[in-house]
Ligand binder design. Sequence first.
Ligand code: UD1
Ligand code: MG
Length: 408
Amino acid sequence: MAERVAIILAAGISSRMNTNLPKVLHEVCGRPMLAYVLDACRQVGTSKIYVVVGYGAEQVEERFAGSKDIIWVKQDQQQGTAHAVLCCKEHLKDFDGQTLILCGDGPLIRAEMFRTVIECYEAGQSAAALATTILDDPTGYGRIVRDAYGNIKGIVEHNDCTKDQLSIKEVNPSYYLFNNKILFEALEKVKPDNVRHEYYLTDALSIIIATGHKVVAVTAVRPEEAVGVNSRAELTQAGKIMQRRIQQKLMDNGVTIVDPVNTWVDARADIGQDTVIEPFTYIHGQVKIGQNCRVGPFAYLRSGTLLGDDVVLGVFTEIKNSTLADGVRARHLSYLGDASVGRNVNIGAGTITANFDGQKICRTDIGNDCYIGSGAMLIAPLSLRDGSHIKPGIVVSQDEVDKTENGN
Ligand code: UD1
Ligand code: MG
């Protein structure tokens, strides 16, 4: 089987986003866009992933510092997508295999779609294969131009389209697979003869076709997966589609989401079977929820929240960087931050962990089977032993606890 590598284009400055942050670091459901594109490459089996970076390169590299399969390639001047791919020439000029090319601003890509493209490429002994989709509103996308037999002739960018071509609804989401050698030969021939005076990767396809090689364009992408993020509005649109996918997967795994539209769950969250998520719940960051829990309505779970099984979190509870063991109940209006709460603890309404003393964050440890009365103010650092009974409405500091426990 031919070896396969991937090139991800992520050097663009993104003027349309009006941002200082590199575009591919903008988050969709809690993860940078680029993370999803990397996932898709890995899922179809790529030995190496070349990521072309330019604007904000250091920031992007730093964010993905742990990924050993990435080779960072610098594109100093953004002269177009073909130029970006050519920046990988030193690494790939002698590579005799398949090269996937994707854009870092297409987080909705799915590995299954790429599997279809790979199958078509291999079955047809093609020099290149690409996925296409049909959009009701194709504005901004490169149009797929086909001949009378339905074979692809080339791709014309929106700004370069004739009036007739503008009405073509089949577009290029920028998911390609190339024979590497043929690709690099064609790239040398691309000229910046277009409205933006850029070197277009899409022109490499027409060049490959003109040299007599076979290129297949397969309609393998659902319209919603084609969304390339070029503006804030598209970022939001991509986020909504991704949110639906995240929730669908959770529901398939046995989680009840009472009101999906009014619930937001981070892509990194892990939720156990038979847990019910009530409306207006916001789960952000690395969060793990066990089985048979009930969360919300109006709960806010932040990064580092770890819930055991049978936990109940009710209205207006905020949890951050805290572990709540099996059977904990915090039904109303509580903040638990940097806390560890033992089994079957009852947290009364309005209980707060005061975890920040103005300089540092301190921890609160609550043992098993404790009762914390309503309105308790727990001043961290604090440690409450198993079975502690805290009366409602009091301020609890470690000094007070020590005094009481020593019988003073
Ligand atoms: C590109 C395609 C278009 C397709 C659309 C799908 C070309 C010429 N056009 O257009 O056919 O419909 O994607 O979303 O390829 N980049 C670089 N270096 C550069 C220029 C771009 O790395 O010099 C990167 C960008 O960071 C981005 C990707 O390439 O991730 C695509 O560039 P972008 O400017 O967004 O192209 P589109 O106009 O969207
Ligand atoms: Mg784009």
